[in-house]
Design a protein around this ligand. Sequence first.
Ligand code: NAP
Ligand code: F7E
Length: 318
Amino acid sequence: MRTALVTGITGQDGSYLAEQLLERGYRVVGVHRRLSAENHWRIEHLDALVLRYADLHDLGSLYDLVEEYRPDEIYNLAAQSFVPTSWTQPLLTAEATGLGLVRLLEAVRRVHPAARVYQASSSEMFGNSPDCPQNEDSRFAPASPYACAKLYAHMMVQNYRQAHGLFVVSGILFNHESPRRGLEFVTRKVAHGVARVHLGRVDKLRLGNLTARRDWGFAGDYTQAMWSMLQQDRARDFVVATGVDHSVEDLVRLAFETLGRDWREHVEQDPRLFRRNEVVRLRGDASRARESLGWEPRVQFPDLVRMMVEAEVARLQV
Ligand code: NAP
Ligand code: F7E
């Protein structure tokens, strides 16, 4: 039985990846951190999951887990992942999102260098790159402390691969969403807001910049690509994206249309929600993933929006 260690197990991607690894017959060791109140709503259905405490800030805790389990595969999904919080907590973001990966790689290098490691890199590293669409060779122009921290980790992946010969890869994933997305991210915020309007609980939804464009896919499709990257003969980085971008306004219009409503009657723009240094447009070119991994997104944007709105209505009606 192969063993996979997954950091960020309580997050959106951790839950989908754990499900898929368990289905493939892995022993899955999920890393969670000590909190004053449990937040296992995304993983409580996964009885076979082994949960262990560790924190990306604490080298010893990571070292002990790698030594104890000697995992065949390690997926580093843990991070401070919300861009606006990275402006209010830039040092914490650098510690967790940037240095956290290096702590993990140090543990791997010292006690179990045979492990294959996946790092959750981000399209935010491209920021306002002059290149569009963005592929593995596009220029980086990170526009937030989050993006800078991810770029540092991304470069460390390449350095540890070259200098230490570790099998470590970066998946440069564009935005991916699901009913398990955190409520602060725009897709879930919109789905939740539309459902609340529909059920008569509120009348207005406050949003920031409606012109920003993102390449949105379904999280469950993207976690399949993570696994595929670690099954390759050689360690390489991959962009994972749908290749199609939409504006936040497109998202809002579609979400309200799903329930037969006109978004213009319910959406207000709030200047406080505009970003300090907005990333205007991201669109990925996943040709390498298509050709080498045979990866394709299965869920298209309109179906994703419908899935999220319907899930939110069902959740609120319980
Ligand atoms: P998420 O829902 O925000 O989950 C983040 C996870 O990291 C949570 O399990 C969180 O634990 C954990 N975590 C945070 N700080 C930690 C620490 N110091 N020690 C241990 N665990 C810690 O993020 P996601 O959407 O699943 O994304 C997974 C990864 O992919 C992240 O690294 C994110 O930056 C990256 N990424 C995401 C996207 C996307 O569109 N979703 C795109 C590109 C890259 P708690 O539950 O305890 O907070
Ligand atoms: O914002 C605009 C906002 O917070 C998307 C993370 O998973 O993907 C995610 O980062 C866009 C931005 O995601 C609101 O200005 C408008 O242009 O959903 P988001 P993000 O910042 O793109 C990348 C790939 C990651 O790696 C990150 O970890 O939507 N927007 N109005 C809004 N955004 C939010 N959150 N809330 C609003 O009210």
